[in-house]
Design a protein. Sequence first.
Length: 130
Amino acid sequence: MATVELNKDNFETTVEANDILLVDFWASWCGPCMRFAPTYEAISEKHPNIVFAKVNTEEQPELASYFQIRSIPTLMVFREQTVLFAQPGALPGAALEDLLKQVEALDMAEIRKKIAEEQGKDEQENEATH
């Protein structure tokens, strides 16, 4: 599957419509981004069940700002509309494959439960300090 170009108009609907979404934040002037692109594309061909997308940070500064992208390339993985991974730097092909296996193996009910617990703790702490 070819990678999908994301922009501020299609980002949210793409996240909502796909179980697993891998996003590469990049720019054309970025040497590491350009070297990583063939690896990213090749691995996308091996995983038709995962949507591989790219955000050109030069053309989509609003998205780069929203996700606080400070270094490129930055990879971000969404599963069921939850960010599970966000890290600057290009991954070697084997590491990217391993990351995808880990994401696919996660129990999302357990992840959502942990997120809800953390949000509950944060709310309790905020109430205690005010």
